[in-house]
Design a protein. Structure first.
Length: 382
């Protein structure tokens, strides 16, 4: 496959996916051990500003990890090459690294927010063009749905950067738009991974058509509806409720398409998707609709946002391993470990109403599984 060869390593979409997973793990480890553990150990007040900057930087790059991983692994399977593929294969991981580690090194958003974000937007635009060319069937189906999700993701991110931050919009309007964009970003990676998998599998039928139309539509309604009205209502439920239905249908479709329900990456991807839906439904109906407030709400919200960071990346990687028919002890470990640690982290925190002890019980083995996953991907693409 085309790309820039570095010794025996070819810098194409396969290695780009590995780089994204590695950078994701490195950023998460830094936040856990370089910021949170360090701060709790000495309690210095000046560290609060550094923690806030690093936390925002890590959450920002996490938005892109699932969608980038899904696209790069898809391009690897499709054996995509050419100049644009090489540019995004180098550019996307590089901009992710610049954004996070630049902000961490300087302790400030500037100048690395702009240095990382602007070329990253360009890379996303190139990905749209590449994906358009790689998806042969432009009829209403999972391939076109994945493309729509990427376009909607870029449009929402550009609006937040230039229509809100650069325009110096403040107050309720900014808070509403930011909350809406973060909400749709939770779903982008996991749905992109599923749609590209279904496209590769040539999946069709009524249910596939429903989710291929419904998911991009509900994402657009949720974000742009809230932006247009300047309020969560009425477009939060208008977008969210049918999106839950689409997720439920997606669980069923994915279960049928995997076929082999023995313990492996295919079943693990189904489990991650099911756990994602369960956590989101709990937050909507068990917390918000039930008007739960205070520490219980804050703890559950933070737990759900934490597991959401991993869902897109895990789903994309697990479906890739399934398509590649990878097997062995390490594949079995991650296939069991990734869904299990996600479940322990979220439902453990919900059950106890506190971060401890299930934050470390879930997070530490999840980091180990991510390291194994990065290794498996590396061996798979070389």
């Amino acid at each position: 496959m085309g790309g820039i060869e570095m010794g025996v390593i070819e810098m194409g979409p396969g290695m780009a996916a590995v780089a994204i997973v590695f950078l994701s793990l490195a950023a998460k480890l830094y936040m856990s051990f370089g910021v949170r553990v360090k701060q709790s150990g000495n309690g210095y007040e000046p560290l609060e500003a550094l923690q806030d900057n690093a936390s925002k930087a890590q959450l920002n790059v996490a938005e892109y990890e699932g969608i980038f991983t899904a696209i790069f692994l898809f391009l690897y399977i499709k054996k995509a090459d050419g100049l644009l593929v090489t540019i995004v294969s180098i550019g996307a991981p590089l901009t992710q690294a610049l954004y996070f580690w630049g902000r961490v090194a300087t302790g400030d958003p500037y100048p690395f927010s702009a240095i990382g974000a602007l070329p990253r937007f360009v890379c996303m635009g190139m990905m749209i063009y590449i994906l358009w060319n790689e998806i042969g069937d432009k009829s209403l189906g999972p391939g076109l749905a994945a493309l729509k999700l990427l376009i909607l993701s870029l449009a929402a991110k550009l609006f937040m950067s230039f229509g809100i931050r650069v325009a110096k919009v403040e107050g309720e309007k900014k808070e509403n738009a930011s909350s809406a964009q973060l909400n749709v970003a939770e779903y982008e990676g996991i749905f992109t991974a599923i749609f590209l998998f279904l496209y590769l599998k040539k999946a069709d039928g009524l249910l596939v058509m429903i989710v291929s139309i419904g998911v991009p539509l509900t994402q657009a309604l949720y974000f742009w509806g809230r932006v247009a009205t300047g309020s969560p209502m009425p477009f939060s439920p208008i977008g969210a409720l049918p999106r839950y239905v689409c997720m439920g249908i997606s669980v069923y479709i994915l279960y049928n398409e995997i076929g082999n329900m023995s313990v492996g990456p295919g079943l693990a991807a189904v489990a991650v998707l099911f756990l994602s839906l369960a956590a989101k439904l709990f937050m909507s109906f068990g917390i918000r609709v039930a008007n739960v407030e205070g520490e219980k709400k804050q703890n559950a919200s933070k737990a759900q946002l934490n597991v959401a960071e991993y869902e897109g990346l895990f789903t994309a990687a697990l479906l890739f391993l399934h398509v590649q028919k990878d097997a062995g002890t390490l594949v079995t470990i991650v296939s069991i470990g990734l869904p299990l640690t996600q479940a322990i982290y979220f439902w453990g925190r919900v059950a106890t109403g506190s971060p401890m002890p299930f934050s470390p019980i879930g997070a530490l083995p999840r980091y180990a599984c991510m390291g194994i996953l990065a290794y498996q991907l590396l061996t798979a693409v070389n």
